[in-house]
Design a protein. Structure first.
Length: 234
């Protein structure tokens, strides 16, 4: 999917819509006491054949990741909300490749994660307020797990991974109100700071688990985390 093209087209169309509505009296749609419910979805899908990569030659790859987020919030002031969300993500990948030693490997991987997301939002209405941009700041607590099986020439390797992640991030987005209550929302993840603690167990060998701690600072907009959703304000 061409997320960049879609996001650019959406923002351009919404801006023209806001300019057209500018001749009418402005309406403050997110006033103090307003509540909202939001359901959003993101998808990342990839298929590849005979692709050269740095240390391997991919013969066939089928990958699908998706994430569903449900959130709600309450405006403690005009155009400013406190919110709470929860999300579920799932990933699946089947891949066959030739490794650096010339051996063919087939790998199958499935994983899932659950997140708890307290957040605050600042809304910036444009024109009549039918089109708005917002900036969401959130603290995300995530638990995830995955199971991977690598089918080698003479053995099968099972890799189990569990992880916890704490992330502080900023998410810019845009909203189009169709009427007083219903709106379409889109947002793009802008990750700030994150820490991740993971444990990897190979072939059930608990005594030789691999434990990794990662700390990252990333201020790049991640277009692959584009969220599309619908919202109800009341």
């Amino acid at each position: 999917m061409n997320y960049f093209f879609f996001a650019s087209t959406f923002l351009m169309t919404a801006s023209l819509f806001a300019q057209y509505q500018d001749t009418y009296a402005p309406i403050n749609r997110v006033t103090k006491g307003t509540k909202y419910l939001n359901l959003s979805f993101s998808l990342d899908q990839r298929n590849a054949e005979n692709e050269d990569q740095l240390l391997r030659q991919i013969e066939d790859q089928d990958k699908l990741d998706y994430n569903i987020t449900l959130s709600s919030g309450f405006a403690i002031n005009d155009n400013f909300t406190l919110g709470l969300g929860g999300s579920y993500g799932r990933e699946r990948e089947d891949i066959t490749y030739i490794n650096s030693e010339g051996a063919e490997v087939t790998s199958k991987r499935v994983g899932q994660e659950f997140s708890f997301i307290p957040n605050i939002r600042k809304y910036i209405p444009l024109g009549t307020g039918s089109f708005q941009i917002f900036v969401q700041t959130d603290l995300r607590f995530t638990y995830g797990e995955s199971l991977q099986r690598d089918f080698l020439v003479d053995e099968i390797e099972k890799i189990e991974t569990d992880f916890y992640q704490l992330r502080f991030g900023v998410t810019p987005g845009a909203i189009i109100f169709f009427n007083k209550n219903f709106a379409f929302e889109t947002s793009v993840g802008l990750v700030g700071l994150s820490s991740k603690w993971s444990t990897e167990t190979v072939n059930g060998d608990v005594d030789n688990q691999t434990k990794v701690t990662e700390n990252n600072i990333n201020l790049d907009i991640n277009l692959l985390s584009l969220q599309l959703g619908v919202a109800y304000y009341f």
